[in-house]
Design a protein around this ligand. Structure first.
Ligand code: COA
Length: 184
């Protein structure tokens, strides 16, 4: 599928609405966070408001296929990758990878040294789901595994390392996986 990348800004109202739709579709069944339309729309607007760093992939007709956000942290030394979503029918065609690389380029251009992200496991797709992490944090840093195509493996494929967890971030046994990459 052919696509091109462009930044979205606050005035791109039609594309912002499409981005909210993609967010809902991509995370359907993975998190309840953006089920409500207002929440999805607010998420897109908040990303743009934070650091004006939202990159979208558009098809030939200008429809949003996926998008990624970058939030400024630590006085700009660090950008948080949040969120990343590709429409279900457009997944597996290189769009996610292109969006991550474009975000890295822009963060690097702004002088950042690090990109980090949190990728939740709310649906039992890794071997840390449902367990008490505290007694075995170091073990699972080295031995985290996907049991059902969890996206942390997508990020690992792109050079991100697991740097930690937020235990029970989404309720007991539902952890957030923290990952980071140096922007050399
Ligand atoms: C995760 C997601 C962004 C990946 O985007 P995508 O466009 O489907 O991924 P790409 O086609 O760019 O894949 C790039 C590479 O990663 C690999 N990959 C993709 N998803 C993967 C996964 N879940 N596990 C392991 N590898 C994966 C691809 O095989 C490809 O490898 P290759 O370059 O060797 O061929 C997309 O599936 C998505 O939106 N999922 C739902 C929302 C989500 O989970 N977002 C991230 C939460 S933090």
């Amino acid at each position: 599928m052919a696509f091109n990348l462009r930044r979205l800004h606050a005035e791109d109202e039609t594309l912002i609405a499409q981005a909210a739709q993609v967010l809902q579709a991509a995370f359907d069944g993975l998190t309840p966070s953006w089920r409500a339309w207002e929440d999805a729309l607010s998420e897109v607007r908040e990303v743009i408001d934070d650091a004006d760093l939202l990159i979208a992939a558009l098809d030939d007709e200008g429809q949003v296929l996926g998008w990624i956000g970058g939030l400024e942290q630590y006085d700009g030394h660090v950008y948080e990758l949040h969120p990343l979503c590709v429409a279900p029918q457009a997944q597996g065609q290189g769009i996610g990878r292109a969006l991550v690389l474009a975000l890295e380029d822009e963060a690097r251009r702004r002088g950042a040294t690090t990109i980090f992200l949190g990728t939740d496991d709310e649906t039992g797709h890794t071997n840390i789901s449902g367990i008490d992490l505290y007694p075995q944090l170091a073990y699972y840093l080295e031995n985290l595994q996907s049991t059902a195509n969890h996206p942390f493996t997508f990020y690992a494929h792109l050079g991100y390392r697991v740097t930690g967890f937020i235990p029970d971030a989404n309720g007991l046994g539902k952890h957030d996986i923290l990952m980071a990459k140096r922007l050399a």
